[in-house]
Design a protein around this ligand. Structure first.
Ligand SMILES: *[C@@H]1O[C@H](CO)[C@@H](O)[C@H](O)[C@H]1NC(C)=O
Length: 330
C-alpha cells in the first residue's frame, strides 16, 4: 500500500512539474491543487487515525448483527447500546471496556470482528486494532515481567499514535493475573497517564468464564418450554456475577477489574442450538460465494455433537468447526 502511494506522489509531482513548465503563470495554483490532490491520494491509500479511516456506522453494525450473528439476541442488544453510546459520547470518562462471556463457538470472536469492521475501514487489518491471545502471545509464566512491560509499552505507544485504538484480549481466563493487573490503569477513570489519555480507546475481553452457568440458565428456560428469546440480560446477570468469577483458576478473579467496575458491560453469549448451527452453515456457504444449500447445511448441523446427553439441545462446539465440516461436502 505504502509503495503504491509513494509512487503516485512521485507521479503527481512529475506531472505538476510538466504542467508548470508549459504554463508558468499558474504554477502556484497548479502546485496548490497538486499538493491537495497528492495528499488526498496519499490518504486514500495510507491509513490515518481520523474520520477518513475510522468511522462508526451504527446502522451497518446493527444489520451485521441481525444478519450474520445467530441466536444472540441479548449480546446483540448490549453491544449495540454499549458501542453506540460510547462512540457518540464526545467526552467519555474512561475507555470502553467490554467483557464477552460464553461457551465456545458462540460468536465472541466473530462479534469483535463485526465491531471492528464497523469502526475501522480496514477492519481487522487496521494498524489501530490489536489482538492478543493469551496462550499465543503470553505463554510462559516465567516471562511474565517481560510481558507486562511489553504490553504496557504497546498500549501506551499505540494509544499515543491513535487515541481510538482497539485492544482485543482473547482467552482472558488463561491470562496471568499479574498481566491483567498491569493493564488496569489504562481501563480506569484517569484524565491522562503521563500525558496520554486512554478515554477514546476500546478494550474487548473474551473468555469462556460464566459459559456453563449461562448454559444452565438457558437450559432451564428450554426445559420450562419457554422461548429462548424470552431470556433477558437480567436472567443472566447471576451467571456473570462476582461469585462465578470468584474461582481461583483463572486470572480474572484475582484482580479488581470487576469490583473496581472497570468493565462497563458484561456481554453473555448463549449456547447455540441446531437451528443456529444450520444458519451458520448457510452463512458460511454464502461467505464463500456458494449457492446456499439447505440440505448440506442440515447435514452439517446434524453431524455436530449436542448436549446434554438426554435432550441434545446445544451444540458442544457452537458454530466453531462449521468451516472444516463444509469442506467435506464441497
Ligand atoms: C503497537 O502494538 C503492537 C502489537 O499489536 C506492537 O508490536 C507495537 O510495537 C506497538 N506500537 C507501539 C508504538 O508501541
Amino acid at each position: 500500500m505504502r509503495q503504491i502511494s509513494k509512487r503516485l506522489l512521485i507521479f503527481l509531482s512529475i506531472s505538476i512539474g510538466f504542467v508548470s513548465a508549459i504554463e508558468p503563470i499558474s504554477t502556484t495554483f497548479v502546485v496548490g491543487v497538486g499538493a491537495f490532490l497528492g495528499k488526498r491520494v496519499y490518504n486514500y491509500f495510507h491509513e490515518t487515525c481520523d474520520d477518513s479511516w475510522i468511522v462508526y456506522n451504527s446502522t451497518s453494525l446493527e444489520i451485521d448483527l441481525k444478519r450474520k450473528l445467530f441466536g444472540q439476541h441479548v449480546a446483540s442488544r448490549v453491544i449495540m447500546k454499549a458501542v453506540t453510546g460510547f462512540i457518540n459520547n464526545k467526552n467519555p470518562k474512561k475507555p470502553l471496556v467490554l467483557s464477552l462471556h460464553g461457551w465456545t463457538g458462540t460468536g465472541k470472536n466473530f462479534v469483535s470482528q463485526l465491531i471492528v469492521e464497523n469502526i475501522y475501514n480496514k477492519g481487522m487489518t487496521s494498524n489501530y486494532v490489536h489482538q492478543f491471545v493469551a496462550t499465543k502471545h503470553f505463554p510462559h509464566l516465567s516471562h511474565i515481567d517481560t510481558y507486562k512491560a511489553e504490553l504496557q509499552q504497546w498500549i501506551k505507544g499505540n494509544v499515543t499514535i491513535c487515541p481510538r485504538s482497539m485492544f482485543i484480549f482473547d482467552e482472558m481466563d488463561k491470562m496471568h493475573a499479574g498481566l491483567i493487573d498491569s493493564i488496569k490503569p489504562y481501563l480506569d477513570y484517569y484524565d491522562n497517564l503521563e500525558g496520554v489519555s486512554y478515554r477514546q480507546a476500546i478494550f474487548i475481553f473474551l473468555s469462556n468464564a460464566g459459559g456453563e452457568k449461562i448454559t444452565r440458565i438457558v437450559l432451564d428456560f428450554w426445559r420450562a418450554g419457554r422461548a429462548r428469546e424470552e431470556v433477558q440480560l437480567k436472567d443472566l446477570e447471576s451467571a456473570l456475577s462476582l461469585d462465578v468469577f470468584n474461582n481461583k483458576q483463572s486470572g480474572f478473579w484475582h484482580t479488581s477489574l470487576i469490583d473496581k467496575n472497570l468493565v462497563d458491560f458484561f456481554v453473555p453469549f448463549l449456547p447455540l442450538e441446531y437451528s443456529h448451527v444450520r444458519m451458520c452453515a448457510l452463512a458460511e456457504m454464502e461467505a464463500r460465494e456458494l449457492t446456499p444449500n439447505v440440505e448440506i447445511a442440515e447435514q452439517v448441523a446434524t453431524e455436530m455433537t449436542y448436549f446434554p446427553k438426554e435432550e441434545k439441545v446445544f451444540s458442544v462446539k457452537g458454530c466453531k468447526t462449521i468451516g472444516s465440516k463444509l469442506d467435506y461436502y464441497i
